[in-house]
Structure formats: C-alpha cells, structure tokens
Ligand binder design. Structure first.
Ligand code: COA
Length: 184
C-alpha cells in the first residue's frame, strides 16, 4: 500500500483519478514543463489519468513512489513529489513540481524533506540524488535546503525545446543523512 505522509503544513498522499483535472491544470502550465524533462506541454487530456493509474503498480514493484502534495487544512492539491527507485543500486532520484500559484512558500522543500526521510528510514535507500537545469535556480535552492550537496556540473547535458542545457547533479548519502538528523 502506498503511504500517506504528514508534515507540519502538508499531507503527502497517493493521487486518485479524481485528481486528474487538477493535475492537468497545475502541471499543464508552460512554466512547469519548461524546467522539467518529463512533463509535456501542452498537457493533453488523458495524460494525467495514465500517469496516476500507474503509481500503485510502480510502488508495489518498488520502482517509484509518487505522492500528491496537498494542503493539510483545505486539502487542495498543490503539486507532486516522488522518488524514482533504482533497485540494483539501492538509490532513488528525487523529483517534484509545485503549481505556480503556490510557489515560494517552502512547499517543495517541506515535501522533499519528508519523502527523503521516508526513502532513508522506510525504503532503506543508500542514496538519493536529483538534478536541475542550471536556469532553474529555485530547484537548486530546494536541493540545498533539504541538505543535498552538489556532486557534478554537466555541460550541455540535455536538450529542451531545441536548446542545450547545463545540469547540476545533487545527492545525499544515507550515512550523512542519519548523522545530520542525529545532530539536529
Ligand atoms: C522548483 C519548484 C518545485 C520550487 O517549488 P517551491 O515550493 O516554490 O520551492 P520552495 O518555496 O520550497 O523553495 C524555493 C526557493 O527558491 C527561491 N527562488 C525562487 N525563485 C528563484 C530564483 N529565480 N532565483 C533564486 N532563488 C529563487 C525561493 O526564494 C526559495 O528560497 P528561500 O526559501 O530561501 O526563499 C517550483 O518552482 C516548480 O515546480 N517549478 C517547475 C517544475 C520544476 O522545475 N521542478 C523541478 C525540476 S528539477
């Protein structure tokens, strides 16, 4: 069963098909697609349904955990956070997006902190990594704030809408995370 996780302001819970229209509206903003590598623009009808309907099976196969970022008080969906797991290497890639109207409230940071904790303490991962396009300063800030460290700078590593982009690679190891939590 996919978990539901709580933070001070958020409930991170599995998406349901009823969330499809909201996902399409929030993730369908061009500014979400423009700094991510796997969110399409335009975000066509039916894409959210297919995405959501795969989550349970992917979690059961220990391939991926994707959760909706919702406001604990009013229950509104604000975004998504996930771990894409590599079982062979016992690591996972952290990913997230937040609907534009909710940016700069610390939600991506709060959700990421929680799913990282779940990744290390429940999934027993050895490492969590993430990357962002250099132009995406806000995402870099999130990675800093959750205690990840820069591991690499990859020049013109990806193409987005016909333009080559540098990406910055971040990571955090289980041992360092446990030490950090212990030391407060
Ligand atoms: C990246 C993203 C998830 C951040 O979500 P968020 O909830 O706004 O993030 P937070 O509020 O937790 O933190 C954002 C930080 O970036 C800072 N920031 C925002 N825009 C910035 C900019 N242009 N330059 C520098 N810092 C910036 C904010 O001030 C904040 O830092 P602070 O807490 O020190 O003030 C959101 O912008 C988003 O969904 N973007 C589109 C999808 C995407 O890029 N996903 C990540 C792919 S790697």
């Amino acid at each position: 069963m996919m978990p539901t996780l709580k933070t001070k302001r958020l409930t991170l819970r599995p998406f349901t098909l009823e969330d499809s229209a909201t996902v399409q509206k929030l993730a369908g903003d061009k500014e979400i697609s423009s700094t991510t590598l796997n969110i399409p623009y335009p975000y066509e009808d039916g894409v959210a349904q297919i995405w959501i309907s795969n989550h349970e099976e992917k979690f059961e196969k220990k391939e991926e955990l994707v959760l909706a970022i919702t406001n604990k008080t009013n229950k509104n969906i604000m975004g998504a956070v996930g771990l894409k797991i590599n079982k062979d290497f016992n690591n996972a890639e952290l990913g997230y997006w937040i609907g534009k109207e909710f940016w700069n409230n610390g939600y991506a940071t709060e959700a990421s902190e929680k799913i990282i904790d779940f990744g290390f303490n429940k999934l027993m991962l050895n490492k969590i990594h993430a990357h962002y396009l250099v132009i995406n300063k806000a995402s870099g800030k999130v990675m800093d704030k959750v205690g990840m460290h820069q591991e690499g700078y990859l020049k013109q590593h990806v193409v987005k809408d016909g333009t080559y982009h540098d990406i910055i690679q971040y990571g955090i190891l289980r041992d360092n995370y446990i030490k950090k939590v212990k030391n407060g």
